[in-house]
Ligand binder design. Structure first.
Ligand SMILES: C[S@@+](CC[C@H](N)C(=O)[O-])C[C@H]1O[C@@H](n2cnc3c(N)ncnc32)[C@H](O)[C@@H]1O
Length: 222
């Protein structure tokens, strides 16, 4: 299980200080078993908490194999559009194949959070699940500032990432499954960064998942 959660530096794809994942098929299988797959319980929870709705234009940053991205596609319907970017070509390849299998119009591109390949004020919603802990400190701020840039005025960011359980017994039980580095990360450190780059309505807290918390914010209206 630990091997499944070991990350490697970029072997192909654009240069980044973020930790990229190149074992895409194994990742996809592993996450599907955990309810993180397309239309899985966790994916639906994140899309609903992000308040993604019909006709929205959505970006999933660090989309991996596209599980959350393809779930969002269902919520925006035919009048909306959904894009996923990831630094790993292997993840994007699997995501594109899944979009084809699901007959989904979702578009996947190789791209970095620190240099999002879209013009400013493009999206209604940006989502980001289990990705922000892959970035070193300065890149977290740079990436969140980029998300702010590509959001439309009034657009929303929703981040779901690790929040260690407050119950020490539960934390001990989950440790071997989730891994040391991830259990040390706490998404609760992210809200000040949102405020610093200009987000308003910054909120954070628990989700229904035992190990995921959330942070959200809104780009002020023009
Ligand atoms: C744990 S996975 C999460 C994937 C997906 N969001 C999910 O919920 O299944 C983290 C992803 O972030 C990607 N990543 C790491 N650094 C990145 C960067 N600088 N820009 C974009 N993606 C990056 C990795 O390649 C990996 O696919």
């Amino acid at each position: 299980m630990h091997r499944m959660l070991n990350h490697s530096k970029t072997e192909s794809g654009p240069e980044t200080a973020g930790l990229t994942i190149h074992w895409a098929w194994e990742y996809d299988l592993f996450t599907s078993l955990l309810g993180l797959g397309v239309h899985g319980a966790n994916s639906r929870m994140v899309v609903e908490m992000a308040q993604i709705k019909s006709s929205d234009k959505v970006l999933d940053v660090g989309c991996g194999t596209g599980n959350l991205t393809l779930t969002a596609q269902k919520y925006v319907g035919p009048s909306g559009s959904v894009y996923g970017i990831d630094a790993s070509p292997e993840m994007i390849e699997v995501a594109r194949k899944k979009a084809k299998r699901n007959n989904a119009a979702t578009m996947f591109e190789i791209g970095l959070i620190e240099k999002i390949p879209f013009p400013e004020a493009t999206f209604d919603d940006v989502v980001n699940r289990l990705m922000i802990h892959h970035l070193p400190g300065d890149l977290k701020r740079k990436g969140i500032a980029e998300i702010f840039r590509v959001l439309k005025p009034g657009g929303r960011l929703f981040i779901a990432d690790f929040m260690p359980p407050s119950n020490p017994f539960l934390a001990h039980i989950l440790f071997p499954f989730v891994g040391h580095r991830m259990m040390r990360f706490d998404v609760g450190v992210i809200p000040p960064i949102l405020t610093e780059v200009g987000f308003g309505d910054v909120a954070s807290g628990k989700t229904h998942s035992m190990i995921l918390g959330f942070v959200s914010g809104k780009k002020p209206d023009a």
